[in-house]
Design a protein. Structure first.
Lengths: 227, 227
DNA sequence: AAGCTAATGTCAGTCACTGACAGTTGACAA
DNA sequence: TTGTCAACTGTCAGTGACTGACATTAGCTT
């Protein structure tokens, strides 16, 4: 056990390169098959066969058939979380979240394109929303992410998530807007990263003013409004 | 194919009675096993064996293992929808929803108890929230129900669901409150129907004022507030 | 080149779920 | 009562997702 690099993947060996290739191939083929034949009408064997690996190998890369469908989402989300953690503490929670998404969109484009065409990702997005099993998974993942973001926001503002409802409320509003923007992007024609960025910005700007008010002060009693 | 009664189940024959018994037994046993051993550690065979029917028969009563877990929820929800449809049109959307739940809680108690002990239903509720696969299903079901309610509300108020966001917003707020009440009930000690009714009422009364304002008037432009 | 080990393949097995077909049993009429 | 029909149920075989165990292959290291 010699020295290892801590950064994401790749110790630059041939091994890691092949692994990357296999994973990418599985992902691309899976999404392609899902979006053309439908998720339920695509078997894991089909995917594995197309990439010429065993089914067992597929499950070594992805814990489940479901997980492949969300692989790109996962990339985007973790990028967002990283950006959020990096925002300067002076920023209010809403500004931080807003800048984190926009920052994420700036850099994630190439990362996605390196793995799958953005257009394929958009088709995948549509498929997720129209496949009950995947929609369920999507909703669960969303609440998980919300909880994670709420925790980060609470940390930033030094609030207690258990007693102060404001982090969760703000995050819920924020992710709600994000979901609307995402859905609109999926329904639209423009598959570019530009368009999703623009949409996000537009929608978030509608929400901002309502949340800008007094933070870092004790919560009001229930029923009192801050807007 | 002779004359049939259109009402729920039971043509009072021995046949229907046996069917009811089998279904109830499967449901009760399933929930009991789920809540004691955990959902994933319970196989359909176990359930079927305990009731002394074949696995195939289980699947004739319930489309999936998942469906059993939500059988009681299903009862409550359809009861709520029925009550909502029966509310007089003079009531505003919020009042109608509120009265529908409270009305539903008044009558659903016995219906539940006739099938499973309320206490078992409460344990089931907790289990659903703590089992990822079931939580996902729960969220999806919730959004389905929300959509259904939004449609009813839009109808009542003669609004277009596609262009007017208010029905969905109101329903989202309403179901959000309901979810909080439900979760609290699940976490609490008191497994009675009384307590869920009281909780519901308490929480809804906090929300009411904010939604009481001018309905049946054209929607404002985005950004304008009504509170 | 030899040895270590990560990556992969193979195989057997579990579990959810389904279609097909056969046996059983209430319901209803003669 | 008895016979017939239709509804229930059981059995069986098969598919597909997923897992553990073990053998095999192929980079990496010295």
């Amino acid at each position: 056990m010699t020295e290892r690099q801590a950064t994401i993947g790749s110790t630059t060996g041939l091994r890691e390169l092949k692994k990357q290739r296999t994973r990418d191939a599985l992902l691309r083929v899976a999404l392609e098959l899902f979006t053309t034949q439908g998720y339920e009408h695509t078997t894991v064997d089909e995917i594995a066969d197309a990439v010429e690996v065993s089914q067992r190998t597929f499950f070594r890369y992805f814990a489940s058939k479901e997980e492949v469908a969300f692989a790109v989402q996962e990339m985007v989300e973790s990028r967002f979380v990283a950006e959020l953690l990096a925002r300067p503490p002076e920023e209010g929670p809403f500004a931080a979240m807003r800048n984190a998404v926009l920052g994420a969109w700036n850099t994630i484009g190439e990362a996605i394109e390196a793995v799958v065409p953005v257009e394929l990702h958009m088709r995948t997005y549509r498929m997720i929303e129209s496949t009950p099993a995947l929609l369920a998974a999507h909703l669960r993942r969303s609440t998980d992410l919300e909880e994670r973001i709420a925790g980060i926001v609470a940390d930033r503002e030094d609030l207690d998530l258990d007693t102060d409802p404001r982090p969760r409320v703000a995050v819920a509003a924020f992710t709600g807007v994000m979901r609307v923007a995402g859905r609109l992007w999926g329904q639209g024609e423009d598959a570019s990263m530009e368009s999703i960025r623009t949409l996000t910005e537009l929608y978030l700007d509608h929400l901002g003013p309502a949340l800008a008010a007094e933070w870092r002060t004790p919560a009001r009693t229930p029923g009192a409004h801050t807007g």
